[in-house]
Design a protein around this ligand. Structure first.
Ligand SMILES: NC(=O)c1ccc[n+]([C@@H]2O[C@H](COP(=O)([O-])OP(=O)(O)OC[C@H]3O[C@@H](n4cnc5c(N)ncnc54)[C@H](O)[C@@H]3O)[C@@H](O)[C@H]2O)c1
Length: 306
């Protein structure tokens, strides 16, 4: 059954692409999905079905997803195209140039890059005003936020359309008004990670203690109390006094930590090597992944109640 909702094309059927397709299909959109790797395309619907079942979502949503091997055919009828291929600038640039040959002049084009500037990806387009970034978080069907990033060329109508599209699909869009590295979420996240690594590097505590302190203290509040709400709650005057003392002591190195560089040089690559900042047995890895998933599912259930 077709709908009169905007038709979506998703490019790349990997971890993010199949999840993004799932969210739009569940919201009632017809979705085409394409991938250059046949096995990834062929398995997309089965993966979506498994997710829908696991989440207790409407199973028939998967029927609105159509895998299409040919890029031109996948995007031809689309009102909105979102790219989720590998994080590779030349690949994304080439892909967008190709997509633009096959879509209507008013079709909105979005990239789900994690960190590549949207400006660099869309610079060569004929119609840069209809292009923007949409940064989803993994897994796309469990984490509510989608950052909508405009470039200097994006027209306000394209931003409005994209914000409304994602809100109507049950996501929480956040408008990023300048195309800055890391957008909003990753800037904040990695400001915290920089200091977390510095605390270990400087012998103040070990890696587990850093994580324990965050999870058992302000991490408990973070999902319901943002830092600026928190600053207002305690008072901007108190926040100023704290910053005068604490900020000069916090790490402000402009590049990656040598401690992190050494871990990588030594092959301590995290889960995949059994050791990173900490040692990880296969059972511990599995338990932590399961814990995160369970936590996100519970949060989604709570959201659905309100
Ligand atoms: N994994 C995350 O947590 C996450 C979060 C936010 C954003 N992103 C970004 O989303 C994008 C996709 O990441 P992912 O984790 O889903 O990667 P992935 O490797 O799981 O999937 C990428 C898919 O793109 C396909 N592909 C490669 N070239 C293609 C082409 N020319 N045309 C069509 N398909 C092609 C691959 O075959 C693969 O199936 C990246 O830009 C990534 O940085 C990832």
């Amino acid at each position: 059954m077709t709908t009169n909702k905007p038709r979506i094309a998703v490019i790349g059927a990997g971890l993010m692409g199949h999840g993004i397709a799932q969210v739009f299909a569940l919201a009632g959109h017809d979705v085409t999905i394409t991938d250059t790797v046949k096995a990834n395309l062929d398995s997309a619907k089965a993966r979506i079905s498994t997710n829908l079942k696991d989440l207790g979502d409407e199973q028939s949503a998967v029927e609105r997803v159509t895998p299409v091997a040919d890029l031109a055919q996948a995007v031809r009828a689309a009102d909105y195209v979102v790219e989720a291929v590998l994080e590779d600038l030349p690949l994304k640039q080439k892909l967008f140039a190709e997509i633009e040959k096959h879509v209507r002049p008013d079709t909105i084009l979005a990239s789900n890059t994690s960190v590549i500037p949207i400006t660099d990806i869309v610079r060569g387009l004929q119609r840069r005003e209809r292009a923007l970034g949409t940064h989803w978080w993994n897994p796309p069907f469990l984490v509510p936020l989608v950052e909508v990033i405009e470039t200097q060329w994006t027209k306000p109508e394209a931003v409005d359309f994209t914000m409304r599209l994602h809100a109507a699909a049950g996501k929480q869009p956040a408008h990023v008004k300048k195309d800055v590295p890391g957008f909003i979420g990753n800037r904040l996240q990695h400001a915290l990670w920089r200091e977390a690594i510095a605390l270990v590097e400087n012998g103040i505590c070990d890696a587990q203690t850093v994580d324990d302190v965050i999870k058992a203290a302000f991490g408990r509040r973070l999902a319901v109390l943002g830092p600026l709400e928190n600053a207002d709650m305690v008072g901007t005057d108190l926040t100023l006094a704290i910053h005068k003392t604490v900020l000069p002591a916090i790490n402000n190195r402009p590049g990656p930590s040598p401690y992190l560089e050494k871990l990588v040089q030594d092959g301590k690559l995290g889960f995949k090597a059994g050791e990173g900042f900490r040692k990880w047995s296969p059972e511990q890895q599995q338990a932590l992944r399961a814990k995160v998933l369970q936590h996100l599912k519970k949060a989604r259930e709570e959201d659905a109640k309100h």
